[in-house]
Design a protein around this ligand. Structure first.
Ligand SMILES: [Zn+2]
Length: 325
């Protein structure tokens, strides 16, 4: 319980309480491309997210296993130095990165096993419907702790994408983290689809929606229906605030809201929400430095949510639930 004292220093109190609860849990990152921002990539940082998925290809192609390892290690050390006890990072496994990044990540995971719990998730940046890309994702399954999904890459077949990824989860017994509803776009209804697919595949409680920003762009009545469905599916949510608020403006009419998952409403509906730093110093988020307090603060401000005990839970126990630890 966060206590009120004289000269209330909320940052200090939150950080202390988070420490008491075992430390920060960073549920979402992409350590394999951390610190890769360059003048050339910075010039392209304004591009649409989908475009960035391929703009990183030359950097990936040029990265040896050793280079990947150095980057991932630097990010992991940055986590340990601020008291992160557990983290999960997506790692590209696809025709461009091959297995170089995931093998590097495994080495770092082993090296720091006594200091931090590190879970690996495969990023399917090239989708899973293209045969070559799917083969690489299948190869990744034995290396990862959690299976990753990214159905927007396989538009217009997000259902097929989810069937394949959830099928792997059934076969392996592993959890699934799916990048979803990332655009703050009222025309996106993928969190709802993910909840339905989770129930269809009998994976209740094993699936996590990463971002779910577009849920906030739906009218209130629709949001309530989505929460009911998410609750029935045992769907959990990862919020990465810096990434969320950076989504590009779209020319659609919708309810006025900040570009972030509606965290207070999700918590009210009994849905577990965890915190992630997402990209660090790359083309997606050139200025993000992986500081977990900054992320927690952005969540609080963007949602106008100052329930301190809930914020501590989001940064700690909820994160463990989201990671299945
Ligand atoms: Zn991500």
């Amino acid at each position: 319980m966060v206590k009120k004292t004289d000269g209330w220093d909320l940052k200090r109190l939150l950080v202390e309480e988070i420490k008491k609860q075992g430390g920060w849990v960073n549920t979402h990152a992409h350590f394999d491309r951390a610190y890769t921002i360059s003048p050339k990539l910075l010039n392209q940082a304004h591009a649409l997210m989908e475009r960035k998925w391929t703009l990183v290809d030359p950097m990936k192609r040029a990265s040896s296993e050793e280079v990947y390892e150095a980057r991932i290690e630097r990010a992991v050390r940055a986590m340990i130095s601020q008291g992160v006890s557990a983290c999960a990072t997506f790692i590209d496994v696809d025709p461009v990165a091959g297995l170089r990044a995931i093998k590097a990540a495994l080495k770092v995971k082993k090296k720091y096993a006594g200091k931090i719990t590190m879970l690996l998730i495969n990023q399917v940046l090239k989708g899973v419907i293209d045969e070559d890309s799917r083969r690489w994702a299948e190869k990744a399954l034995e290396y990862v702790d959690i299976i990753g999904g990214n159905p927007s890459k396989d538009r217009p077949q997000p259902r097929k994408h989810l069937d394949i990824v959830l099928g792997w989860a059934k076969k392996t017994g592993k959890m699934v983290h799916v990048h979803i509803d990332q655009e703050n776009n009222p025309k996106e209804h993928d969190t709802e689809l993910l909840a339905r697919k989770t129930i269809e595949h009998g994976l209740e409680g094993k699936v996590v929606a990463v971002h779910s920003i577009s849920v906030g762009a739906q009218p209130k009545k629709r949001r309530k229906e989505i929460y009911k469905l998410m609750k029935a599916a045992g769907l959990m949510v990862v919020c990465s605030p810096s990434a969320a608020i950076s989504m590009k403006p779209l020319s659609y009419r919708t309810e006025i809201h900040n570009s972030i998952a509606p965290v207070p409403e999700l918590l009210d509906a009994g849905i577990t929400v965890g915190l992630g730093c997402d990209n660090i110093g790359d083309i997606f988020q050139p200025l993000v430095d992986g500081d977990m307090f900054t992320e927690l603060r952005f969540l609080a401000e963007a949602c106008r949510f100052y329930e301190l005990d809930q914020l501590v839970k989001i940064a700690t126990i909820n994160g463990k639930k989201v990671l299945g630890i």
